[in-house]
Unconditional design. Structure first.
Length: 362
């Protein structure tokens, strides 16, 4: 589970453009791009040039209407959103930059760790191609750990934060990452017990998705004081619910992958505990074999899948309503559209099928 690319649906991008979302995020998109540039520059001092590409990838002017801008938005949407929230709450500009840089390092660390868990090879640093995807992931993991320290040291040198806060921030991040990692590790070799949907939402999704998103708030909760810290704490709880919604959607779009690994999945839980007899019989065979025919979610499990999608709506609506109560500009009425949009490329058609044929959304 990572802060992975989203907004693959052209319809979702267009709808949110019409609602003025992208124009409101424009300064945060550019600021996050500058944060990525800064960390890439730091990378030149972290590892020998033989392990780096000859030049870091350029980040041009990031208009969402361009392919480059849309690609950056898809990769970094949640980091952009977090910065926008911090800005709306009144975090001062120099700390906003430090948080944007640190959150890029957090995203990179989580991505590298997830590569190892899921045998993938996603990269967020300009590493030179080499043999061995696991080695590349480990190299990226070690690099981002050092880059995070570089970001914090630069903030100390610029008097943005105090030296004594560095270890506190690192410990808070480590504790939260360990919580997430322990959950991932508990699924190695597959799970045998399928918790109820309520148990899974609280014990799995609020950690795998909710705590993942909450990582972005660890440094601000250490550094900010007074009323601002209180508002950030409320926002952190709201964003935790958005992360939970994201994980619910991820369960729907990655159903086949989770079946093959026998990982926790909310749709599996919904069908196992509350599905129709037909759904439960179908699931028993799929769970036993680890094989899931194409179209199973949209056809065999459609009713249960729509009930799971409703849970994502509930979490996202509550999240954006809490943020709006804090004065954040994002209309909570758009929460359902965000749920539809926060899918990877392979999930667009599935989300369209489930959202288009389900029960009415209230």
């Amino acid at each position: 589970m990572t802060l992975s690319p989203v907004f693959r649906s052209p319809q979702a991008v267009q709808l949110l453009a019409e609602e003025g979302v992208w124009s409101r995020l424009a300064s945060d998109i550019e600021a996050q791009a500058e944060a990525v540039r800064a960390v890439h520059m730091d990378f030149e001092d972290v590892i020998d040039g033989s392990f780096r590409k000859s030049s870091s990838p350029s980040l041009p002017t990031l208009e969402v209407t361009t392919s480059e801008g849309l690609s950056f938005l898809q990769e970094y949407f949640f980091l952009i959103l977090f910065r926008s929230i911090f800005r709306s709450l009144g975090v001062e500009k120099r700390r906003l930059q430090a948080y944007a840089e640190l959150n890029f390092c957090i995203k990179g660390t989580i991505t590298a760790a997830d590569n190892i868990f899921d045998d993938q090879s996603k990269k967020l640093l300009p590493l030179a191609p080499t043999s061995g995807s696991k080695f590349m992931s480990i190299l990226q993991l070690m690099s981002f750990e050092r880059l995070a320290r570089s970001v914090l040291d630069r903030a100390v040198a610029a008097s943005v934060i105090e030296r004594g806060s560095v270890l506190t921030i690192q410990r808070a991040l480590m504790d939260r990452m360990a919580e997430i990692g322990a959950l991932e590790g508990s699924e190695e070799g597959g799970v045998d017990v399928i918790p109820t949907p309520e148990e899974m939402l609280d014990r799995v999704h609020r950690v795998r998705g909710g705590s993942l998103f909450a990582l972005a708030f660890e440094a601000p909760l250490v550094l900010e004081q007074g009323d601002l810290r209180g508002r950030i704490s409320v926002a952190e709880k709201a964003v935790t619910r958005l992360g939970t919604a994201f994980q619910i959607v991820d369960d729907l779009t990655d159903f086949e992958f989770d079946i093959a690994r026998r990982s926790h999945n909310l749709l599996v839980s919904q069908v196992h505990h509350m599905g129709t007899e037909k759904e439960q019989l179908a699931l028993a065979g799929i769970w036993e074999s680890g094989l899931c025919p194409d179209g199973t979610v949209e056809e065999t499990f459609a009713d249960s899948a729509r009930k799971v999608l409703q849970l994502a709506y509930v979490e996202a609506r509550a999240s954006f309503k809490s943020l709006q109560d804090l004065g954040y500009w994002f209309e909570h009425s758009l929460a359902d559209e965000v749920v539809h949009a926060i899918v990877g490329l392979e999930g667009v058609s599935r989300m369209q099928a489930l959202a288009g044929g389900g029960e009415a959304r209230d």
